[in-house]
Ligand binder design. Structure first.
Ligand code: KIV
Length: 263
């Protein structure tokens, strides 16, 4: 059964919200229903396409991947990331979100931004489109992940994020995603808003958690941020499977009789 958006994002339920990313059909089939929310993240630019940042992901790329994910998901809610907004314009942002929702039938959108999103959220809410706002470390602001900076150590960081979080809540945001935020700040935001916070590198104090699936499944062997816990080592499994396959093909062990078609 499809998860109910109102009960998932009900802060009073005290039930932690579980989220992961997906960009593809088969992977979504595998995780559908095991978690509350699947995010078609613009991290796809780096994870799938080897880009240096998330800025070159286009709306059409997002539409193609979100359609595949939505098609495979019958239980989890599916949100998509609004790709990079270069020169902020309220009308254009709303038009882009509405187009992607119309074509993908996703359940909601996540947008990186601050108080400039107030009217966008109000107008999308009127159209029945739930918005999750992405605060703290906002990857679209950086040209490379090497430059990412943890949020919350600046003198006015706590005051500013609390102000924004309250305004965005009042505007009608369904949730606040906090990325790369020091634990004290994440705790304060979570305790001062009545909508759930979803953390990534933002401590246990958030109302829910999200990770990039490839990170938590160990699909890369190089850089891992401090906040990622590896629940599997897929790279290792894939490498040893491919080595075994290569060796069996070379040694004529595969395909054996069992894999042949008879007359
Ligand atoms: O694009 C993404 O994957 C994200 C993360 C916060 C999960 O925005």
């Amino acid at each position: 059964m499809k998860k109910n958006i109102t009960s998932i994002f009900n802060k009073n339920s005290k039930k932690k919200i579980t989220c992961l990313t997906s960009y593809s059909f088969n992977f979504t089939k595998t995780i559908d229903g095991l978690i509350d929310v699947i995010l078609v993240g613009d991290s796809m630019g780096m994870v799938l396409y080897g880009m240096d940042n998330t800025r070159n992901v286009t709306d059409d790329m997002m539409i193609a991947h979100a359609k595949a994910v939505k098609k495979a998901s019958t239980k989890s809610l599916v949100f998509f990331d609004l790709p990079y907004v270069k020169n902020f314009n309220e009308t254009k942002v709303i038009k882009r979100v509405k187009r992607i929702i119309k074509l993908t039938k996703c359940d909601g959108v996540k947008i990186e931004g601050n108080k400039e999103l107030i009217n966008v959220i109000k107008k999308l809410k009127k159209k029945g489109i739930p918005v999750m706002v992405h605060l703290g470390l906002q990857p679209q602001k950086f040209s490379s992940s090497n430059k990412y900076k943890i949020y919350g150590r600046g003198k006015f960081d706590l005051i500013n994020i609390l102000k924004d979080a309250k305004l965005l809540e009042e505007a009608g945001a369904i949730s606040i995603l906090l990325e790369g935020v020091i634990s004290h700040v994440a705790r304060q935001v979570t305790n001062n808003v009545s909508i759930p916070t979803i953390g990534i590198g933002a401590s246990k104090y958030c109302d829910g958690q999200i990770l990039v699936s490839e990170d938590m499944l160990g699909f890369f062997s190089e850089y891992y941020p401090k906040f990622v816990k590896k629940y599997a080592d897929l790279s290792k499994i894939i490498k040893s499977s491919v080595q075994k396959y290569s060796s069996e093909v070379r040694n004529e062990k595969f395909p054996s009789k069992k894999f042949e078609y008879d007359q």
